[in-house]
Design a protein around this ligand. Structure first.
Ligand code: DCP
Ligand code: MG
Length: 385
């Protein structure tokens, strides 16, 4: 597809990975409603529809100005009929009736509340919804059978749905750095995910860990986890082993978008200093339905639960892992789509395979991967598609 000219000055490329998308943009009044529809489509497992809304929103995020009229959109890519209808309604009336009725619907609200429990996916939430459950408290009251992750998810529901601040992410960075350096000197740790893109808050904190000596990182996670557990810093953890080497399912692309690194899904117990905890106590009393904690949370809370993802990568895959874990999710998806559809290549968080040359392309940096893909380098702060 050809890029389209909007005004003489603006060229909007088709793929989100060809564009710079800053964190703060001019059209939240349009992108937020479109993302509600995307989320609702995900709740009904309609992936195509959800991606279409997300791509529309991403185009508007990349515009350098506020959209005021429909004719400003006529040459932009990715805006489907349905998205255009929603945008038109918002420009004319200030709101979209479809978006507002979705937002108010019992199903959307229940799915949002139930998938907001750590360890609960769309399938499970939908089954519960059809059984008449509407909230995490309903799970407790009806005595639903929950796995360990979900039990932790219900127990720490309020904390885990309170955005993690940059400051909290930095405190956790220090802890993770201490843990990793204690069990493997010389290891490299980077903060990835939304915080690497410059976000001020996140739903979790993501770290990628490697070591310059290939192989030194093998089976590292259990050691990190032991160290953290000995210090009493973990409320929950589940470690999965690296299955990339053993996997025989072909070049670069695992069956799902999930990668196969050694990984730990965890919930940290984050101690809060006296000063911070005063504001935190106020914040948690503000959340009405409390399911949190064995400890007294409203009077004497000195800690909060925070979701932390740890990923260990071999050094040779580190650039791919860094690119794959920095996001945004749509940016990642668009990178893989670009690689496949435009370049005949297959990109994952482990490797880049060139089907024409029938070989893997090595890279030591994100810049080299963009170059292999024939893309202009986009820094993390501009990957907020
Ligand atoms: N990622 C991905 N596909 C997945 C899971 C993760 O592409 N199925 C990548 C892109 C994400 C990054 O990993 O940006 C981290 O995932 P998060 O869910 O933590 O997303 P963010 O960190 O971007 O946002 P949040 O602030 O919600 O944590
Ligand atoms: Mg994250």
């Amino acid at each position: 597809p050809k890029p389209c000219e909007v005004t003489p000055a603006i060229i909007m490329k088709t793929y989100a990975c060809q564009r710079r998308t800053p964190l703060k943009h001019h059209n939240s009044f349009l992108t937020e409603p479109l993302e509600i529809l995307a989320e609702n489509a995900e709740f009904s497992e309609n992936e195509g529809r959800s991606i279409a809304f997300r791509r529309s929103a991403a185009v508007l995020k990349a515009l350098p100005h506020v959209v005021r009229a429909m004719d400003e959109l006529k040459d932009l890519p990715c805006l489907g009929e349905h998205s255009l209808r929603v945008i038109k309604e918002i420009l004319e009336d200030g709101t979209s009736s479809e978006v507002e009725s979705t937002r108010q619907s019992e199903q959307f609200q229940a799915m949002k509340a139930l998938t907001g429990v750590f360890g609960v996916g769309v399938r499970t939430a939908d089954r519960w919804f059809r059984e008449g459950l509407r909230s995490p408290l309903d799970l407790i009251h009806t005595g639903q059978k929950l796995n360990h992750a979900q039990q932790a998810g219900v127990q720490h529901y309020n904390d885990l749905n309170t955005p993690v601040t940059k400051k909290e992410a930095m405190v956790i960075s220090d802890i993770v750095e201490r843990a990793v350096k204690a069990v493997l000197p010389g290891a490299i740790i980077i903060l990835t995910g939304g915080f690497r893109r410059g976000k001020e808050v996140g739903h979790d904190v993501d770290f990628l860990i490697t070591h310059p000596e290939e192989g030194a990182e093998e089976r590292l996670m259990p050691k990190i986890v032991n160290w953290l557990e000995e210090q009493g810093l973990l409320l929950y953890q589940k470690t999965t082993r690296n299955s990339y080497l053993e996997s025989k399912d072909g070049p670069a692309r695992p069956p799902s978008n999930m990668d196969r690194f050694e990984r730990c899904f965890s919930i940290f117990k984050l101690e809060q200093s006296k000063m911070d905890s005063d504001t935190q106590v106020e914040a948690s009393s503000y959340n009405s339905s409390t399911t949190d904690g064995p400890e007294e949370r409203h009077s004497g809370s000195r800690w909060r639960a925070v979701r932390v993802d740890l990923v260990v990568s071999p050094y040779s895959q580190f650039a791919f892992a860094t690119l794959g874990w920095t996001g945004s999710k749509l940016f990642e998806r668009e990178l893989r789509r670009w690689a496949g559809q435009e370049k005949g290549m297959s990109l994952s968080s482990h490797a880049l395979y060139d089907s024409k040359q029938q070989r893997y392309l090595q890279a030591n940096s994100e810049e080299e991967i963009f170059a292999h893909l024939g893309l202009e380098y986009i820094p993390p702060s501009e990957r907020n598609a």
